[in-house]
Ligand binder design. Structure first.
Ligand code: SIN
Ligand code: MN
Length: 270
């Protein structure tokens, strides 16, 4: 899937692109089913909220067929290749669960400073591209972004290990206040199947979810191959060490997998 000239301009100006309902519902259903199976497991790569609710499943593409196929899907990989003008490798893959009633915040941060400081990533030539597995609503802890904040470059941040189980280099309140004064805050919301890509220096975060509606989002972090990390300190399920260019798989391949998975769900054995 190639980005149009208008989308490229929008990305340059605002630092993100949102494509509502990019994935058909049968494909989302297959991913949701996979997500349920993943979070039913106890593994070191699956992190939980302090109360035990699912928070993040890292690197589940290594054992879930649905996620493995998604990790190379052309709809996600091609736009990022286009933006960087070269092949990309998978730096990180995760599902953020943001569980009903219990999903906690992700504090305000930019991604690149964490990749740079913790993993030794040279440049902000990596970015997240995300697929909504549930409807992302104004009320269930949507990802909030500060448009145009990528133009500020990598901002000073501090390592916050206190608030949640998920260590991030976070921004202080004054920095966020100043950026928001000029650019406001925006939350791309929409039905399951929406696709959101955002620059590595976009300021973003999300509030807790006290609604009965889960807000699962799957994120691929794709990095330009020439931008491989130099000095990782995090486990390889968080900062992958395989810098092989992603070999794209077709939308049709995912569609065929999803149709099979969804019909198996409705099949009764007797
Ligand atoms: C992140 O920034 O890594 C995740 C934020 C979210 O899923 O709300
Ligand atoms: Mn982030």
């Amino acid at each position: 899937m190639k980005l149009s000239e208008q989308q490229l301009q929008e990305f340059d100006e605002l630092g993100y692109i949102f494509m509502p309902e990019a994935f058909p519902i049968a494909q989302v259903e297959a991913l949701r089913h996979a997500s349920n199976e993943i979070f039913s497991q106890e593994r070191p790569e699956i992190w939980r909220e302090k109360n035990g609710a699912p928070r993040t499943a890292f690197a589940c593409h290594q054992y879930s067929e649905a996620c493995s196929l998604l990790a190379s899907d052309e709809r996600l990989v091609e736009p990022v290749e286009q933006l960087f003008g070269e092949e990309v490798y998978l730096h990180q893959f995760k599902i953020n669960a943001k569980a009903a009633f219990t999903g906690e915040v992700w504090q305000w941060h930019q991604d690149f400073p964490t990749w740079h400081k913790d993993d030794g990533m040279p440049e902000p030539r990596a970015m997240n591209i995300a697929v909504f597995l549930d409807d992302v609503l104004p009320i269930n802890g949507p990802l909030m972004i500060v448009p145009r904040s990528h133009k500020a470059g990598a901002l000073e941040a501090s390592h916050d290990l206190q608030t949640t189980s998920y260590p991030l280099w976070t921004l202080d309140n004054q920095t966020v206040t100043d950026l928001v004064q000029n650019n406001s805050i925006l939350a791309p919301t929409g039905k399951a199947g929406g696709l959101l890509m955002f620059h590595g220096n976009i300021v973003h975060g999300s509030a807790g979810n006290i609604t009965p509606y889960p807000r699962r989002i799957v994120y691929l972090t794709l990095s330009a191959v020439s931008n491989a990390i130099q000095s990782p300190t995090r486990p390889d399920f968080i900062a992958h060490r395989d810098f092989t260019p992603v070999k794209k798989t077709s939308e049709r391949a995912f569609e065929a997998f999803a149709n099979k998975a969804v019909s198996a769900l409705f099949c009764t054995t007797n």
